[in-house]
Design a protein around this ligand. Structure first.
Ligand code: PRX
Length: 669
């Protein structure tokens, strides 16, 4: 197994042709990006269209120190632009109109299509005109709940074309969750599809939207228009037949099919010029108090950063074919399926299905089919695919690959090595990209032609990003050491606020260490200066790359009438990275049995999402608490791991509780 000391230099064939072809070149550019951000980003900004020019005096302003006043970040304030104009019209003007923007690969291998830049622009304009006709204006939020189909991309770009703020919710979240987010962002228009197949599973998306809209209506909140893509009827089901689209219930006056309204609309739509600092989109992420946070990104800085990271981190060249497997409902889908690639006039793939359908070699088959050059996926997918062995990989020609990306959680060296050896045939560069919904784009990452790779290290900061490690007292750890990963100054795509809750933004990210944006992750720096992200330092857990808060799951568990108290911790899992281990205390009405466990799992599934379902539920007549009543999660994590080395227990109110929990730990745990 590779160790911290193992170093894999970029393959000469990759380095030779890369945009950044040596570590010295990275260092030189990095230095300039930190010392002269206006000059560095100013040159990049010139590659885009600004309706009102950039004012050098307003290039970049921020305050990260809460003791000195409100926290804010502004880039290119006052300059006006439109992101859809930049990534579509400008590309068409530059002669890329007939270039394929997206290949769409359906769940069923017989379903596929493509969209050129010119056609994409037309479709976006049609959709933008329809949104306008539904009353959507600049600044309004539009809720989107879509599978991985090209209409999802079209909808996002249509929103930005008219200055509306898109608020996508991953189409795996439950109706409850979706309803909460619709009401929080105040959307009146919803865009969805009747459903989609993921492998052999049918997702009835419109049914979930209907349930969500009912829940909204119960609270007196109404969605006025719901546009529905009729998708199921046009694709092959796993049974080889077409689904009967008429099964989807439509509410007269509110619901309308995409195909009945969009094709009729005009294919041109003058863009709404927006301020660089106008909100562009929002995306919910889990918060450690349970209530999701609506992360807000603005236009100008996001455009610059998405474009620049995409170009350098994936070493994208004009004739490459790039594929990011992330769902569009996550930030990775926003920045690296939609905006980053389009800002580089790239050709990419949108894939609807799973890695396992129809066979466990589908990813490799798709790479082979489209001759993919850059492939970007999550460690959980790699670990799941490793199980099926390398013979399935070897069946396909993957020789076009140059860059392999990893995102969402730390990649373990074993998975890294497998990815490197069998998918990357020991030639590709692996970019282990660390970032967050909040950061908008990659913040720590190797660069393909420049950074000697260490398996599992996110390595070095991207241009414009200064990474600092702090100890508990807020003192900077220089050189080797481990601490809180924080950033002392913004880069262009750092989120600007939490929707309707700037106070929470300040408290969550800027109060622990005044003067720094706090990621909530820990990291260590090795003797060679490489950064290794060690995971969350707050009560968040990461299941298959999905971030969620323990508080969120605990509050759902305690909704059950038989449960009086619940505590949730992360336990390591061979494929998912982490899984949920729940301790529940029943009340006088409750009996801890199979039935209760089933009900609790179902409740989490309904209230949050299937991916949040607990792996282990343990009966906990008592929970380890301090004398002041605080649950000692540190000890619960040890119990979940079966590790009896629990350290100092002097603050425990009742040490017997711990022994009892160890003794009754389920055998399946
Ligand atoms: O804990 C880090 C982990 O995922 C968190 C961010 O999750 P989310 O906002 O959902 O965005 C995921 C996709 C960007 C981080 O706080 N994380 C993400 N990438 C890595 C990672 N941990 C280690 N290494 C990574 N490459």
């Amino acid at each position: 197994m590779p160790s911290e000391k193992s170093v894999y230099p970029p393959h000469p064939s990759i380095a030779r042709s890369a945009h950044i072809s040596s570590f010295a070149q990275y260092q030189e550019m990095y230095k300039r990006s930190i010392e002269r951000p206006d000059e560095f980003w100013g040159e990049i900004a010139k590659q885009f269209y600004w309706e009102t020019p950039i004012d050098p005096d307003n290039f970049f302003k921020y305050n990260f120190d809460i003791t000195k006043g409100p926290i804010f970040t502004k880039w290119l304030d006052g300059a006006r632009t439109n992101i859809s104009y930049n990534v579509l019209d400008m590309n068409v003007k530059r002669g890329h109109g007939d270039k394929v923007a997206f290949y769409w690969e359906g769940n069923h291998p017989d379903d596929y299509s493509r969209l050129t830049y010119k056609k994409l622009l037309e479709e976006v304009c049609r959709c933008a005109n329809v949104l306008k006709s539904k009353g959507v204006q600049k600044g309004d939020r539009v809720a989107v709940y879509m599978p991985m189909i090209l209409e999802a991309v079209i909808t996002l770009l249509a929103c930005t074309r008219i200055g509306a703020v898109h608020s996508l919710v991953f189409a795996g979240f439950s109706a409850d969750n979706f309803a909460e987010r619709i009401m929080d962002c105040g959307a009146r228009v919803l865009v969805t599809a009747d459903g989609a197949w993921r492998g052999e599973k049918l997702l009835q998306l419109k049914v979930i939207c209907d349930q969500a809209m009912v829940k909204c209506a119960q609270k007196g909140y109404n969605i006025e228009s719901c546009i529905v893509v009729s998708h199921l009827g046009r694709v092959m089901s796993p049974m080889g037949t077409h689904y009967n689209a008429n099964k989807t219930p439509m509410q007269e006056g509110r619901d309308i099919y995409w195909h009945e309204i969009i094709p009729e609309a005009s294919p041109s739509c003058y863009p709404e010029w927006v301020e660089a600092e106008d909100p562009m989109f929002m995306l919910y992420t889990s918060g450690s108090t349970g209530k999701p946070k609506g992360v807000v990104h603005t236009t100008g800085g996001y455009l610059l950063y998405a474009a620049t990271t995409f170009k350098y981190v994936f070493d994208y060249k004009p004739n490459d074919v790039y594929w990011c497997t992330a769902d569009i409902g996550w930030i990775t889908g926003h920045t690296y399926v939609v905006y980053g690639p389009l800002a580089n006039a790239a050709t990419s793939i949108v894939y609807e299905g799973t890695p396992f359908y129809p066979e466990n070699d589908r990813f490799w088959a798709v790479i082979d089919k489209y001759k993919v050059n850059q492939f970007y996926t999550a460690p959980t997918a790699i670990r799941a695919l490793m199980k099926f062995g390398e013979d399935l990989v070897k069946k396909h020609d993957l020789s076009t690959l140059r860059v392999l990306g990893s995102v969402g959680e730390p990649i373990n060296p074993e998975a890294w090595l497998w990815y490197y050896k069998y998918v990357g045939h020991e030639k590709c560069s692996i970019v282990d990209t660390f970032w967050q919904t909040e950061t908008g784009g990659h913040v720590l990452t190797p660069l393909p032609g420049a950074t000697p790779m260490k398996p599992g290290a996110a390595s070095f900061p991207f241009f414009g990003v200064q990474a600092v490690l702090l100890d508990e007292a807020g003192k900077e750890i220089k050189g080797e050491g481990e601490g809180y990963l924080v950033f002392p100054q913004p880069w262009p795509s750092l989120m600007r606020t939490l929707y309707n809750d700037h106070d929470r933004y300040e408290t969550t990210y800027f109060t622990k260490f005044p003067g720094y944006y706090c990621t909530g992750d820990g990291a260590k720096r090795d003797a060679d200066g490489y950064l290794w992200v060690t995971g969350r330092v707050d009560d968040m857990l990461n299941v298959s790359g999905h971030l969620m808060s323990t508080a969120e799951v605990e509050s759902v568990l305690t909704e059950h009438p038989s449960i009086s108290e619940a505590a949730v911790v992360a336990k390591s899992h061979p494929v998912k990275g982490e899984c949920l281990y729940c301790f529940v205390t029943t009340n006088e009405h409750g009996e801890f049995d199979e039935k209760l466990q089933k009900e609790l799992r179902q409740l989490v599934r309904e209230r949050i999402a299937p991916f949040a379902m607990p792996d282990v539920i343990q009966n906990a007549p008592g929970l380890p608490k301090t004398r002041s009543g605080k649950i000692m999660r540190r000890i619960l994590r040890k119990i979940a791991a079966g590790d009896r080395d629990i350290g100092d227990t002097s603050t425990l109110a009742d040490p017997a509780v711990v022994q009892q929990l160890f003794a009754t730990r389920p055998i399946t745990a």
